[in-house]
Ligand binder design. Sequence first.
Ligand SMILES: [Zn+2]
Length: 133
Amino acid sequence: MTRPTPHPSPVTRPFWEACARHELVLQRCAACSASVFYPRSVCPVCGSSRLGWEAASGTGTLYSYTVARRATHRKLADRVPYVIAIVELDEGPRLTSTVVGTDPDDLTIGARLRVDFEDDGTVSVPVFRVVAP
Ligand SMILES: [Zn+2]
């Protein structure tokens, strides 16, 4: 499988290292307890730099999505149509990902999702699957 791949920075590296272990992690602020995503060096709520990493539940709901019927990147050409999804994690933060394993036409806002990981040999990327009711 080909896809655009992330380029971890010192700030995001713990996130991608966890993905390689098929674990979803989020930052948690030790000062105000905010759950933080995307990874950064300062808490967006209180400004503290006391951000640590903790395991996330890996579950959330489909907050919004669109269906790409033309690839948004040449490396995604063989994946169309695919879902560009905003997933609201149960911890609160939202992340942009995709939903796989379900016909895009069958998706509904609010669908319960669980994280999964796609490996391409060099990186593991979090994706989401609809949780069977
Ligand atoms: Zn904070």
